[in-house]
Design a protein around this ligand. Structure first.
Ligand code: B12
Ligand code: SF4
Ligand code: SF4
Length: 380
């Protein structure tokens, strides 16, 4: 087998099936990353969404015996929405981050990787392969960095010279000794725009994230959001793009190479009030195919309530009162109570007081008290 020739063929085939960038790396253990992951764990900086087994994360041969190389792939996604609907004072809208626009990228990458596997196996029937994207054990960014897909930016993202950081990453471990590519030069230089722009100070220093403070993570939690973050979340329903939007390397980068990654504007930027009363079925129909729905309806609805509070949208008051009285989920009742206080419409006061009498959930009572206190501070 001529591995140079095979590598050339794999690259050529990858273009045919809509892979925008491909790189090859050795399957050696990721020593530096191992230390990094341990440190992040010790500091309590992880999100909890990562694979917990650090050995598996950093030693590809534990995932595929005889692992010799890793093929890294990247697919570019759009950063601008065509015909984006605009929110108005009476019809406010929330926002899903760009990585949730269009069809769930896990499905899109899985399909590309499967085609690549089939191609390789047809050429080398004895090949062993194992593919993953996001939900696998490996750190996709560390693989992409080693394979020369892009550099690791101070905002933590892998930045490609061609598509900026708006790329999804995936990889395939193989037992074929493909010649590796070289990592590429880091172009961040003295820039610190992402660190300066992060609303919560989650980027504690270049390339180091405290995920517990990252809005992207916070939008995906299911409980009450800590008070200090409630205003910072703005109108984000899922994810956060701030540290990518301010990045000069992303300037003018907006690629529309895959029809399935085009957003449905009404789903990517939905009206907030209708989200409060959406049924499970409607939610699944409208948002079910998007990556941003993976945690279900509750976090999105909680975030929609916080977004309405952020806008101080008085048209939402009757809807929030209904949630306070009728919703079976304490997080929704409590967040609605706080939002009513934040919006500052004093007509909500007797309703909050009545709910204070009948509410049995201690966490919700705490939120009702916060709502009443906020209302008491409202100037006539
Ligand atoms: C957990 C997770 C999250 C968590 C934590 C993110 C984080 N930065 O750790 C949360 C929920 C916050 C999150 C948010 C986002 N995520 Co995410 N997430 C993951 C996941 C599942 C694991 C990441 C992980 O292991 N983190 C641990 C840290 C330590 O490692 P890392 O950042 O991945 O790797 C780098 C560092 O370790 C660094 N490093 C290693 N050693 C050292 C030493 C020094 C001194 C320094 C400076 C750095 C350094 O180099 C590595 C390579 O760049 C990956 C998929 C996967 N399986 O890898 C997707 C992934 C990283 N996420 C992705 C995306 C798109 C996002 C968001 C942009 C989504 C959004 N718009 O909201 C944000 C970006 C937030 C940010 N600034 O990082 C993409 C990244 C694509 C890209 N171009 O980089 C991935 C790869 C998913 C995918 N397959 O496409 N995510
Ligand atoms: S995704 Fe948002 S909150 Fe997280 S590091 Fe970037 S700017 Fe900060
Ligand atoms: S904003 Fe500046 S420092 Fe941050 S990732 Fe982009 S180039 Fe690097």
């Amino acid at each position: 087998m001529d591995v140079m020739e095979l590598k050339k063929d794999v690259i050529e085939y990858s273009r045919l099936i809509g892979i925008d960038k491909i790189g090859f790396a050795s399957a050696d253990p990721f020593i530096e990353l191992k230390e990094r992951l341990r440190r992040q764990q010790e500091l309590g900086y992880q999100s909890g969404f990562e694979e917990p087994d650090i050995e598996k994360r950093t030693n590809p041969s534990l995932l595929l015996p005889e692992a010799k190389s890793i093929i890294a792939i990247a697919l570019a996604y759009p950063s601008k929405m065509k015909d984006a609907p605009r929110g108005t004072k009476t019809e406010r809208r929330g926002l899903f981050c760009r990585a949730s626009w269009g069809k769930d990228y896990h499905d899109v990458l899985r399909e590309r990787l499967q085609k690549l596997e089939e191609f390789l196996l047809a050429r080398v029937p004895s090949a062993r392969v194992r593919s993953m994207a996001d939900t696998g054990e490996l750190a996709d960014r560390a693989v992409a960095e080693r394979a020369g897909i892009g550099w690791s930016g101070k905002n933590c993202s892998i930045i490609t010279p061609e598509f900026g950081s708006y790329v999804y990453l995936g990889e395939m471990i193989t037992n074929i000794p493909f010649p590796p590519d070289e990592p590429i030069e880091n172009r961040c230089g003295t820039c610190t725009k992402c660190i300066d722009a992060c609303p919560t100070g989650a980027l504690v220093q270049g390339g180091q994230l405290n995920a517990q403070r990252c809005i992207s993570f916070l939008t995906q939690t299911k409980g009450f959001l800590a008070d200090e973050f409630r205003e910072k979340i703005g109108n984000r329903l899922y994810g956060c793009d701030t540290c990518q939007l301010v990045c000069p390397e992303n300037k003018g980068k907006d690629f529309h190479l895959h029809p399935e990654l085009e957003p449905d504007p009404e789903a990517a930027k939905p009206k907030l009030v209708p989200l409060l009363g959406i049924s499970n079925r409607e939610f699944k129909e409208k948002f079910g195919a998007m990556a941003g729905s993976w945690r279900g309806k509750k976090p999105i609805q909680r975030n929609a309530i916080l977004a309405l509070a952020h806008y101080k949208d008085r048209t939402a008051v009757p809807h929030l009162l209904r949630l306070l009285k009728e919703d079976s989920r304490p997080v929704i009742r409590g967040t609605a109570a706080w939002a009513l206080g934040k919006i500052g419409d004093r007509s909500a006061k007797p309703h909050l007081e009545a709910a204070r009498e009948t509410e049995t959930d201690i966490d919700v009572i705490v939120e009702i008290d916060k709502g009443l206190k906020l209302l008491a501070e409202v100037k006539e």
